[in-house]
Design a protein around this ligand. Structure first.
Ligand code: UDP
Ligand code: MN
Length: 260
């Protein structure tokens, strides 16, 4: 068994809307090129029909529960509903059939091959654009381990996780081009002009989720407001993949997406 069998890209969807993001992401990874497996973690909030769609694109669709009862750490989490999605992400450490993985948020998009990320160690991540002493959890390298999973579960309740990332080991700081938040195209225009072409993974953090943008199904162009003009090209790449690879297999009306 080669590295391709033992290492995987992992994403998460708790509902059909984020599952669309996951589908586009998966196609972007395949288009960029990878020798690694593709895994989608899904919760029962994703419909059967959508799980079928995911199975057609991902190598593995793994059902996880939002909360497992009978686990004290999980019970403690009930008092911290804000940790809901963070908690669900932690399930990725249970994928012990893989030796190393890279987690990608469902609102990310791969523009160039990124298999070199598998040379990095746990926990590697890029700085958060809003608070660079923290890492952004939209893209991170990790090693599945039930022990780590339990520790993080317990720890996440009282602390953050991997608090020492900022100071411990600079090799665990991924370059920003592996998790470039799409809004940076505006705030840091000079940097974007210099580095934009090297961006490997775009992250549509916050409110500008591509699937929430109005889309003209006649012209197949995304509609952006004046203050989002700088993001048009990136949003259009997402929609091109959606129209070409995802939509033909779905039984939904595209016009209804923006209101999903
Ligand atoms: N997510 C999900 N369902 C939700 C919210 C989040 O499946 O209702 C997953 C999805 O993979 C998403 C990730 O959790 O990309 C993190 O959430 P989001 O990307 O919305 O946060 P942001 O990056 O904007 O801070
Ligand atoms: Mn995200």
């Amino acid at each position: 068994m080669g590295a391709a069998e033992e290492e995987a890209w992992v994403t998460l969807a708790t509902n059909d809307t984020y599952a669309l993001g996951a589908l586009v992401l998966a196609h972007s990874i395949r288009s960029a090129g990878t020798s690694r497996r593709l895994v989608a973690l899904v919760t029962p909030g994703v419909t059967m029909a959508m799980r079928d769609q995911l199975s057609g694109t991902f190598d593995l669709v793994q059902m996880v529960n939002v909360l497992d009862s009978g686990d004290t750490a999980n019970l403690a989490l009930l008092t911290r509903p804000d940790l809901g999605v963070t908690f669900t992400k932690l399930h990725c450490w249970r994928l012990t059939q893989f030796s190393k993985c890279v987690f990608l948020d469902a609102d990310t998009l791969m523009l160039h091959p990124c298999d070199e990320l598998f040379d990095r160690e746990e926990l590697s991540a890029a700085p958060d654009a809003g608070w660079p002493d923290c890492f952004n959890s939209g893209v991170f390298v990790f090693r599945p381990s039930l022990e780590t999973y339990q520790k993080l579960l317990t720890f996440a309740v009282s602390h953050g996780s991997f608090d020492d990332w900022a100071t411990k080991d600079i090799s665990r700081h991924l370059p920003f081009i592996y998790n470039m938040c799409s809004t940076a195209t505006y705030s840091y225009l000079p940097a974007y002009k210099k580095f934009g072409e090297t961006v490997r993974i775009v992250h549509f953090i916050g409110a500008t989720k591509p699937w929430l943008q109005p889309f003209d199904s006649e012209t197949r162009k995304v509609r952006v407001s004046a203050d989002q003009e700088h993001q048009r090209m990136l949003l259009q790449i997402w929609w091109d993949i959606f129209c070409y690879h995802v939509h033909p297999h779905l039984s939904i009306d595209m016009g209804g997406l923006a209101s999903a």
